[in-house]
Design a protein around this ligand. Structure first.
Ligand code: HEC
Length: 184
């Protein structure tokens, strides 16, 4: 083998080594990125919660319009469809059972964390001197962990004002004596 051939082979080997190195570095980066973002989709619903504040400035949407103004134009029938997302964990019927979450019949103006027979998280128990006013429901449903950090309700929240108001209007119908909406 003359030195020229040797050089060619050496060059090829070196080139391959560099290529592999480079590839490793690149895939390392890609892999890292993927595994970082893959952690979030694993928690499905909670993604919305962590992703939204970065984009939309946290709870700004909930504060932008008063719940009274939102409820004034809310549609409880559409809210009933929205509530299907809750039904996996909550029963809505009068005298309904506690499931993963407490029964939600007549939840408006009910004390926080006081549905009979349900074992609430310590964070909820701490809030139990307060009631589920429309304002509180609005804040909680926009961002459950934002309103009660430490809650075990594994739900990211409904960022869309209209959808959230529709849902709250629906919750309000689940009562023998629906509570009047606050003034806009
Ligand atoms: C993955 C299950 C899950 C989903 C989905 C879910 N919740 Fe919950 N919810 C819970 C749990 C668990 C609690 C109790 C929280 C605690 O003790 O920290 C709770 C508590 C609540 C409370 C407080 C009730 C009380 O007695 O103080 C309200 C109101 C509520 N959820 C409304 C909703 C609504 C409305 C939806 C749909 C948009 C929803 N939840 C979706 C699990 C869920």
């Amino acid at each position: 083998m003359n030195s020229w051939t040797f050089n060619k082979i050496a060059g090829a080997v070196l080139g391959t080594a560099l290529f592999v190195f480079g590839l490793e570095a690149i895939t390392g980066v890609i892999y890292h990125r993927n595994s970082a973002s893959a952690e979030k989709p694993g928690m499905t619903i909670e993604v919305a919660e962590t992703a939204a504040p970065a984009e939309g400035g946290g709870e700004a949407p909930a504060e932008a319009k008063s719940i009274g103004a939102l409820l004034a134009t809310a549609d409880a029938t559409k809210g009933a469809a929205e509530a299907k997302a809750c039904a996996a964990c909550h029963d809505f019927a009068k005298g309904g059972p506690n499931k993963t979450g407490p029964g939600l019949w007549d939840v408006v103006e009910r004390p926080i964390g006081k549905h009979e027979g349900y074992a609430y998280s310590p964070a909820f128990v701490e809030k139990s001197s307060e009631t589920w006013t429309y304002e509180h429901l609005n804040a909680f449903l926009a961002s459950p962990k934002g309103f009660i950090s430490g809650t075990k309700m594994a739900f990211g929240g409904i960022k869309n004002d209209t959808k959230r108001a529709n849902l709250i209007a629906y919750l309000a119908t689940l009562s023998d004596a629906p509570k009047p909406f606050p003034a806009p």
